[in-house]
Design a protein around this ligand. Structure first.
Ligand code: LP5
Ligand code: MN
Length: 245
């Protein structure tokens, strides 16, 4: 039966080569049989700018094989990508190099005759006010232009420092603060006219949450990360189910 696949939070990087290998296997053997693949953010541990593609940073990295596998897949299967908080600097250069289509966050699409809402999920973590302030700043075009004008090596060094700062701050935040805010979820569902299915990642807390709102039933499916194993959601005309790879 025809189906679409959703993944997020692979966090591909050279220090987890088994995950990079698993993701390539997934693209070649699982996603190749899908009607479409949706990558809902944080494909990479971080992305410092599309100029990395033509640079030794990627050419000498295991990530080159991931980019090649994506390019091969898009020849037969449409692949859609939505930015995560780690890889929002993916842009037209990456899109041209791989053949993926970039979707805005959030996006409402129709699959098998039903509306499906997609997001990375970080924008819904509104209790995490320090992160939201940071997010508003780095997502501005002016900030990104300024950041991208710096040499790639400097950007990578800055991101490494930022990662350390983020890990340090996260250790002081409660699990509740780092989860999606219930009011923010309900507001988003209402803005999109209560779609029956909402899929997102980011929190690394795979689960299914069911909402009964204004006479509608909405299911929120949270995708898992790829730290220890692969994780994806398959959707066909009968509904969706999670799969561990
Ligand atoms: O990613 P995850 O799940 O571990 O944590 C996120 C939030 N952290 C981030 C930061 C990224 O992990 C860092 C890598 C991004 C690379 C992007 C490339 C673009 C370049 C950007 C360069 C500025 O997103 C974390 C959330 C968590 O999700 C849960 O939702 O809590 O948020 C933070 O921890 C952010 C802090 O609260 C605020 C950070 C202020 C930093 C101020 C700049 C300091 C400069 C550092 C140099 C010393
Ligand atoms: Mn994320």
């Amino acid at each position: 039966m025809s189906h679409c696949i959703f993944i997020s939070d692979l966090h591909l990087c050279d220090s987890r080569p088994h995950i990079t290998a698993a993701s390539i296997d997934f693209l070649e053997r699982t996603a190749a049989n899908a009607q479409a693949l949706y990558i809902l953010g944080d494909l990479f541990e971080y992305w410092a700018g599309d100029d990395a593609i033509e640079h030794e940073v990627i050419k000498t990295s295991a990530l080159q094989a991931s980019i090649d596998a994506l390019r091969r897949l898009t020849k037969n299967v449409p692949v859609f990508f939505m930015a995560g908080n780690r890889d929002f600097l993916i842009g037209d250069g990456f899109s041209k190099a791989t053949g993926i289509t970039i979707l805005p966050d959030p996006s409402l699409i129709t699959l098998f005759g039903k509306p499906v809402l997609l997001s990375h999920g970080d924008a819904l973590c509104t209790d995490d006010t320090a992160y939201q302030a940071f997010r508003a700043e780095v997502r501005s075009q002016a900030w990104q232009n300024q950041f991208l004008s710096q040499p790639l090596e400097n950007r990578i060094a800055f991101i490494e420092q930022l990662r350390a700062k983020s890990e340090q701050e996260k250790s002081t935040k409660s699990m509740q603060i780092m989860d999606v805010n219930a009011v923010a979820v309900e507001k988003l569902l209402s803005q999109y006219d209560y779609p029956p299915l909402f899929i997102h990642g980011h929190t690394h807390r795979p689960n299914t949450h069911v909402y009964h709102l204004a006479g509608h039933t909405c299911e929120r499916r949270v995708l898992g990360d790829w730290y220890e194993q692969g994780s994806c959601l398959m959707l066909n005309a009968d509904g969706c189910h999670s799969r561990t790879l």
